[in-house]
Write a protein that binds this ligand. Structure first.
Ligand code: ADP
Length: 542
């Protein structure tokens, strides 16, 4: 027997209509690329999202065609979030920090039909447009009068001119809630980047979950500053949860320095902010010497990399701001766990609570989690045994978009590439990473790319890339090199060899020349051994 309740497909368009109808005058504030602070509200965002939907209707796109963005956090990007997905197309948020060749590869792989970009990224578009034959229209996120001339880019329009003639009324279509809504590429540990393809259903379920009190506790009483970029896993889903609750949004645009972020927090009464440790490092670095305090900030979610204990202490003790340590992945939309206490912990000493909160947190309802050994055998949840972290749930990928290999799932579980313990209360703690990648300032650097480029140098016989701890960027890559017999190359020459091949921030900080790199039985480089060998090494300048 089926239940007798109404069956409405979950849809992203319903979020924006709810926000507009019930919280229309709640503000959406954005620092723009132009430098000024722009004020909008949910009603206006909805009107303009409907204009986007109507304008898209004139572009001859098919259902599920990809519309890409290369944009900072801001109101126009938000309008595209709802307009593009709402009409049934797929919003493809591209990471502008990648090298233009990587961006072109991603845009072609996704088969993007349109690309909407902030003017700060015009040089990237000029570098890639000729390599992206499938893109029919390039939309600069600016006023008509700000559109640069003689860019060499065909079919270039300003966003404002594009949506201006379109009506602000639109009947959102209803379709299967499992239809694709947005996509985000993540650096592959082997081979090319891979895309998580989210659905309306997965996005809405994640939006509900993210707003729960034990998760981000998002409500209509919040003013939220997502410093985490909208091109990085949909700013951790905050735009959707904010619409579902009617929260105020405050967007930092391109200005992520400590002073700009602090001014926005204070000026807009921000109660909740989200970002990776590196941005909080910059914010605290700005505040401390000036003796500045927060007057409205209540909590901050820190994730993407482990939250350093000193950072948690500073926020909690010096500023009275609750730190929520979060763990997630692009493949998980991204939230998996969040660090909040249980009732039985509320009377513990501050030190004991701190010990719990520094872990990566407990599963959100919707996510199931286990740790397994290399043979796939489940390990106990005793807080001591560690194993490969596996997850499943309705907002976890089951496959990558246009994957060229088998599904990543093992018996229905997604292997995260993280190594963790889980304690009897369910708190997970990351202890290591089995995937061969480096995370710097919240963004991935592929060790394999770094190694392949070094190996292309005529003097290099073998190269291994490892991450070294860094106080600001969390990790920075170095490349360990064995030269060919009789061949020489200097550190400077090898670093110069990277120029133009990858983004500047992905270039290793140092080259370490060694006689041999430890290898395993199958000839695989043993990075753990290599790291032991490098014990005592310090990055240049530290
Ligand atoms: P995001 O940066 O939004 O978490 P990514 O897909 O870019 O998403 O990165 C996911 C990976 O980042 C995880 O598999 C893990 O290795 C690392 N990571 C994320 N959050 C944490 C955390 N709180 N502590 C340690 N590592 C983390």
């Amino acid at each position: 027997m089926l239940g007798l309740m109404q069956s409405h497909p979950l849809s992203i368009s319903s979020l924006i209509e709810f926000a507009a109808g019930k919280h229309g005058d709640t503000e959406i504030v954005s620092r723009r690329v132009e430098g000024d602070v722009h004020r909008s509200n949910w009603a206006t965002v909805a009107k303009r999202a409907r204009k986007v939907a109507n304008a898209l209707g004139g572009e001859g796109l098919a259902f599920s065609d990809r519309v890409a963005t290369l944009a900072w956090n801001g109101y126009r990007h938000l309008e595209l979030y709802f307009g593009v997905s709402g009409v049934g197309q797929v919003l493809h948020t591209i990471n502008p920090r990648l090298h233009p060749d990587q961006i072109a590869w991603i845009a072609n792989h996704a088969e993007d039909r349109m690309v909407c970009f902030d003017l700060s990224f015009l040089p990237i578009i000029q570098a890639i447009h000729a390599k992206c034959p499938l893109v029919r229209k390039w939309v600069a996120l600016c006023e008509a009068k700000a559109l640069p001339t003689e860019t060499g880019i065909p079919n270039l329009v300003s966003y404002e001119a594009w949506i201006e003639p379109a009506p602000d009324q639109f009947d959102w279509p209803s379709f299967d809630e499992n239809s694709a809504s947005s996509m985000c590429y993540t650096s592959g540990t082997t081979g090319n980047p891979k895309a998580a393809l989210y659905s309306h259903r997965s996005t809405i379920l994640h939006a509900y979950a993210a707003a729960l009190p034990d998760v981000m506790n998002i409500s209509a009483r919040d003013a939220i500053l997502p410093v985490v970029p909208m091109f990085h896993v949909n700013a951790w889903g905050i735009p959707y949860s904010a619409a579902a609750t009617g929260a105020k949004l405050v967007f930092p645009g391109p200005a992520l320095d400590g002073q700009s972020v602090y001014e926005l927090i204070e000026g807009e009464g921000v109660t909740f902010a989200a970002g990776v440790p590196t941005v909080w490092q910059m914010l605290l670095g700005h505040m401390k010497p000036k003796g500045l305090k927060f007057s409205t900030l209540q909590r901050t979610v820190i994730g993407g990399s482990a939250c350093p204990p000193a950072m948690m202490d500073t926020f909690m003790k010096d500023y009275g701001v609750t730190v929520l340590h979060a763990w997630g992945m692009t493949e998980l939309s991204p939230l998996g766990t969040l660090g909040t206490l249980k009732f039985k912990h509320t009377r513990l000493s501050h030190e004991d609570q701190r010990h719990i909160l520094l872990k990566q947190g407990r599963c959100i309802y919707g996510i199931d989690m286990k740790i397994v050994d290399d043979e796939g055998k489940s390990q106990p949840h005793d807080g001591k045994a560690f194993g490969n972290l596996m997850v499943k749930g309705p907002w976890v990928v089951r496959d990558y978009y246009k994957a060229d290999g088998p599904s990543p799932l093992v018996d229905g579980w997604f292997p995260t590439g993280d190594v963790a313990t889980i304690d009897p209360d369910g708190y997970m703690q990351i202890t290591d990473r089995s995937k061969d990648v480096i995370k710097s300032g919240g963004e991935w650097i592929s060790s394999i790319d770094i190694e392949n480029i070094a190996m292309a140098h005529e003097a290099v016989a073998m190269a291994a890339c490892v991450g070294m701890p860094h106080p600001k960027w969390d990790e920075r890559p170095i490349v360990v090199v064995v030269t060919k017999p009789g061949a020489t190359v200097t550190r400077e020459a090898l670093l110069a060899f990277y120029e133009g091949k990858i983004a500047k921030w992905q270039v290793p900080d140092d080259v370490v020349f060694v006689e041999t790199i430890p290898l395993g039985a199958t000839g695989k480089m043993l990075k753990t051994k290599l790291r032991e060998q490098l014990h005592g090494y310090r990055l240049p300048g530290l």
